[in-house]
Design a protein around this ligand. Sequence first.
Ligand code: NI
Length: 172
Amino acid sequence: MALMRIAVEGEPVLRTKAIRVRNVDESLRKLAGDMYETMIDAPGVGLAAPQVGVSRRLIVVHVPENYDGEVNPEYNFRLVNPEIVRGLGRQVGQEGCLSIPGWVADVPRYETVTVKAIDLDNKPVRIKARGHLARVLQHEIDHLDGILFLDRVEDKNTILQVTEEMYEEVAQ
Ligand code: NI
């Protein structure tokens, strides 16, 4: 496995709609492994393939146990062609992005989502998520459509420049 360079805002790959994966093969599994390692190293709680310069519909997620005051188990996902098939409710919470280092803002999201995808064994998966996990999944799936979290900010006054330590807690 290897660490990959993370693209930053301004690079066209972050604004390109990523293409669907047709084949889950060894090269995709290697990419997912490298992305996972890159996310953990950053550190961040999610990463989408366009963020490492690959315009394909693949995301990785790692939400640690009891993340940011919420009671939750550890979540680890590697999802191919993920889609939100249902979104309900509303939550507003702070987000950051590994591709927009040093900035956070409050972003409105669905409170709960159902995500359909396939896993690295080419098996269909369906995930029902709420709270942080739902937020991370929405943020990462947005990356596949060239959408960045700042695009979704409603209250511009919540956009803040932060120190590195503060930022690491929310980076996706
Ligand atoms: Ni991001």
